[in-house]
Design a protein around this ligand. Structure first.
Ligand code: 0RQ
Length: 499
């Protein structure tokens, strides 16, 4: 990098952010998230609040971030509005108390919304990079996210130059910012590893107001090892995919996989990797988690296209140390491309995402507990599920020590409707909903996926419904949720009208 841009401390950079501004920051999961500047903004907010002055900003990122961004800003009460996704406990609490406005949206939609100004002008973008050149080439770090669009649209740009991230990782990006409609050209991307763009994002260098140097690693939370439940789910998924292969419904060279966030998704990918019948495969996904990375290392996975490297610090280190191996096996794309509906359909992705609850007809709630309190957000799950060749949803059959059945008569919130959901898997079994009409779907899901302690209750609901194309009774369909809210247990009101 040239010395063309002023070097600022994080505190000096935070001084450039004022109350009410829309600030866009890099980060797609903790991967590549801005760290030093948001922490300094949180400190600035605390000082201003103590002095009796207002300070809250509107925050955009690619997806969720690390503790220095969402946790720190939320704990400092420095956020008034947030989009498009989060997974931070303190932020979630404030959203669910109504203290922070949160807009939950498909991640592939975000760059276009920013480009057309749906949220107003971006005052400042804070973008983590491994390098920046005098003429405005920005080499991003462990994620691309929506940073290319943020750089394009922001009035001012602060670069967090992370010296701890390898410059070689910064060159794994394949950046394309599609033209705007009606002049948008089709994306000629026929293979998960194909490159169609540049290795850097472009910014008008006159917008760069400062460089903040940093060397912190990404703040990845711990992953728990596969447990009995997630291994059982993985077993059913592997068996199903093996049978689909044998029947010729999945081509013999297999199809690229997408896998969502979380421990269950991580375990299922591990299970697929351990299968001797599923051939070596590619991923076309938005997050590359630790388990699939191990498959890449072992050669079981042939390559991965992702939006970010949601990896353990030692795995990031491993990429830097063996860059010749990984350079041709990993491509990092903007979320508009990694999650692009046209490409997901074109490549024939097998999508695997996680549900909070699933109803009898295959509607999926991935985001809101009891229809009210947000967990994380829809993230990219809708981008993939709606357009996949095969859309699978997984979850344990119960939550909170059995007090919650994840199989319910009607979802309390719907993120993915019955038309985007083809296969449901819990540790109890698998329901293949393809070609199955609603009444039969309900029985299949109860018998194959619900926990045995809930099955009678669920069957009785159906038996007491008046027949229709879909069996429902609007007076009873939320009785299990009502039991949970009143008694802390969906079974507690067994005398209720569900039973
Ligand atoms: O609660 O955290 O208090 O223990 O939900 O559940 O079983 O640990 O599952 O970590 O895989 O997360 C859907 C949230 C699952 C995630 C969700 C409680 C349960 C536990 C977590 P605790 P698990 P996971 C790509 C794709 C949407 C976004 C997405 C998610 C906690 O996968 O956010 O897919 N998906 N993006 O006890 C009440 C229920 C519950 C429940 C589970 N029915 N009611 N609580 N829990 N079911 C990535 C990106 O987009 C970047």
């Amino acid at each position: 990098m040239s010395g063309a841009f002023p070097i600022l401390s994080a505190a000096e950079a935070a001084e450039l952010i004022d109350h009410g501004m829309l600030v866009a920051m890099s980060g797609f999961t903790p991967a590549g998230a801005a760290k030093a500047v948001p922490r300094a903004i949180a400190d600035r907010a605390k000082i201003l609040h103590e002095a009796g002055q207002p300070f809250r900003i509107r925050v955009l990122t690619g997806a969720s971030t690390g503790t220095s961004l969402d946790d720190a800003l939320a704990e400092a009460d420095a956020v008034s509005w947030r989009a498009p996704y989060q997974s931070s406990r303190p932020l979630r609490q404030r959203i669910n108390k109504g203290e922070v406005e949160f807009v939950d949206m498909h991640l592939s939609h975000l760059p276009q919304s920013v480009l057309f100004g749906h949220f107003g002008d971006i005052d400042v973008a804070v973008i983590e990079a491994t390098d920046v050149t005098e003429d405005g080439k920005v080499y991003l770090s462990t994620s691309v996210g929506a940073s290319p669009t943020f750089l394009l649209k922001a009035k001012k740009v602060i670069i967090e130059l992370n010296r701890g991230q390898s410059k070689e990782i910064g060159k794994m990006a394949d950046v394309v910012v599609p033209d705007t409609p009606p002049h948008r050209k089709s994306l000629a991307l026929d293979h998960p590893l194909q490159r169609i763009g540049t290795r850097y994002a472009q910014v008008d260098p006159s917008k760069i107001v400062g460089i903040v140097e940093n060397d912190q690693p990404d703040e990845l939370g711990g992953f728990t090892a596969s447990d009995e439940l997630s291994s059982a789910i993985a077993g059913y998924v592997v068996q199903f995919l093996t049978e689909e292969l044998a029947a010729g419904r999945i081509p013999k060279e297999f199809l690229p996989m997408q896998s969502g966030v979380g421990n269950v998704a991580n375990a299922v990918t591990e299970g697929i990797g351990a299968s001797t019948e599923i051939p070596d495969f590619y991923m076309y996904t938005e997050v590359l988690q630790p388990a699939p990375f191990r498959l890449l290392k072992s050669g079981r996975m042939k390559g991965a296209s992702s939006c970010g490297l949601t990896l353990l610090p030692e795995q990031i280190q491993e990429i830097s140390e063996d860059i010749d191996f990984y350079r041709d096996r990993i491509v990092l794309r903007p979320q508009e491309i990694s999650n692009n509906p046209a490409i997901v359909r074109q490549l024939g992705i097998i999508a695997m995402n996680t549900a909070l609850e699933v109803d009898f007809y295959g509607h999926v709630n991935s985001t809101h507990v009891c229809g009210q309190n947000i967990m994380n957000g829809i993230g990219g799950s809708g981008d993939f599920a709606r357009n996949a060749y095969l859309s699978i949803f997984v979850c344990p059959s119960t939550a909170k020590d059995g007090k919650i059945s994840t199989i319910v008569p009607m979802c309390s919130h719907v993120d993915h409707n019955e038309h985007s959901v083809e296969v449901i898997v819990t540790e109890q079994g698998l329901a293949d909903l393809r070609g199955v009409a609603p009444a039969q779907r309900a029985r299949l899901i109860i018998d194959n996926c619900a926990h045995p302690m809930y099955r009678d209750m669920l069957h009785r609901y159906i038996e007491k419904c008046k027949p229709g194309h879909i069996y429902h009774d609007l007076e009873r369909c939320f009785d299990m949720h009502r039991n949970l809210m009143r008694h802390g247990d969906m079974l507690a009101g067994e005398t209720s009208s569900v039973a």
